[in-house]
Design a protein around this ligand. Structure first.
Ligand code: ASP
Length: 323
């Protein structure tokens, strides 16, 4: 029987780390080949092509790197012999990179982003089981046309929804509406389908987009400073349904008067923002003023979406539609 072929692009993260005795902490040391050697029996499921892209922790990931990873993924997906592509990645910024890839790749074949919460010097290293589950997902026809998927702890989540919720637990990656599915005995079991996929066809990103979290009794100094520093867009993590303290509201007025796009999302863990409140700084007022209500998006992902939309040169009206 011909085995499916999967390409794995190794970028680094805890999945590639060991504890360095002189440093006394984990650092990236393992090549793709070394990581794969710990995944027993994987060769029975698929042929694997290894690409050692980088060995870096995910807080060091840049958009330049992500555009290169994206190009590489599309190149591989376009190959007839490749069933799917896997990217190994540190978990700290995994949800952002996975979402970036989700928004910029429009292909039916599966793309999986995988990491580990324990490095290979720790008891119970989860890198091997996570990578095995990622391969099972990448070769499954059921994973096709689902956008980019995040696989850890035998659970398959959508890149567009998933969030790292805990600094330590193996089940840290959670989606507000539950996972897309699980891996059970090497098979992808789907719990649900996806509602829609978004695609922003661009090779450019607007870097001057800031994310600001609002807190009680905050003033407008961060917004004003961002505008003075040349921000093209501001993502505001507002309160609850999308409401702001009065001084921050003044800052929004200022930013909008200078032509800066302001997107309102919520600092809550889940739920949409909406024009529910009509008081000063409430969602209705913000929307009337011309701020864009960011719907379901959480701050870090909304930032990436706005950066790509501005990079593509979309108009304010198109960006409003997008959100
Ligand atoms: N700090 C690590 C990283 O993001 C954490 C991990 O991979 O789990 O690279």
């Amino acid at each position: 029987m011909i085995k499916p072929k999967v390409c794995i692009i190794f970028t680094g993260g805890t999945i590639s780390m060991t504890v360095d005795e002189t440093v006394g902490a984990a650092i990236p040391t393992l090549s793709g080949e070394k990581i794969l050697a710990m995944v027993s029996n994987i060769d029975k499921l698929a042929d694997i092509e290894v690409i050692n892209f980088s060995e870096i922790p995910s807080p060091h990931i840049t958009f330049d790197m992500l555009f290169n990873v994206k190009k590489l993924i599309i190149q591989k997906l376009d190959q007839d012999d490749i069933s799917g592509v896997i990217v190994t990645h540190g978990t700290d910024t995994l949800e952002e990179s996975a979402y970036f890839l989700d928004l910029t790749i429009n292909h039916y074949k599966p793309v999986i982003v995988v990491g580990a919460m324990r490095n290979s010097s720790e008891l119970g290293y989860d890198g091997s089981s996570n990578l095995a589950a990622a391969v099972c997902t990448a070769i499954s026809k059921k994973a096709q046309n689902k956008g980019v998927l995040v696989v850890l702890n035998n659970v398959v989540n959508l890149a567009s929804e998933v969030v790292k919720t805990n600094t330590l637990s193996l089940d840290t990656f959670q989606s507000p509406y539950g996972p897309l599915g699980i891996i059970d005995t090497n098979d992808l079991i789907l719990y649900r389908n996806i509602a829609y996929r978004e695609f922003i066809d661009t090779d450019k990103i607007e870097r001057n987009v800031v994310l600001i979290k609002t807190v009680v009794d905050m003033d407008d100094s961060l917004i004003r400073a961002s505008v003075e520093l040349g921000a093209k867009g501001i993502i505001l993590e507002a309160m609850g349904r999308g409401n702001l303290p009065l001084k921050v509201f003044e800052g929004v007025k200022y930013a909008l008067s200078k032509g800066v796009l302001v997107v309102i999302v919520s600092r809550c863990n889940s739920g949409r923002v909406f024009e529910s409140y009509g008081y000063g700084g409430g969602g209705k007022e913000l929307s009337n003023l011309g701020a864009i209500m960011g719907g379901e998006a959480r701050g870090p992902k909304a930032r990436i979406k706005l950066m790509l939309a501005l990079g593509k040169g979309m108009t304010k009206q198109q960006i409003k539609q997008l959100f």
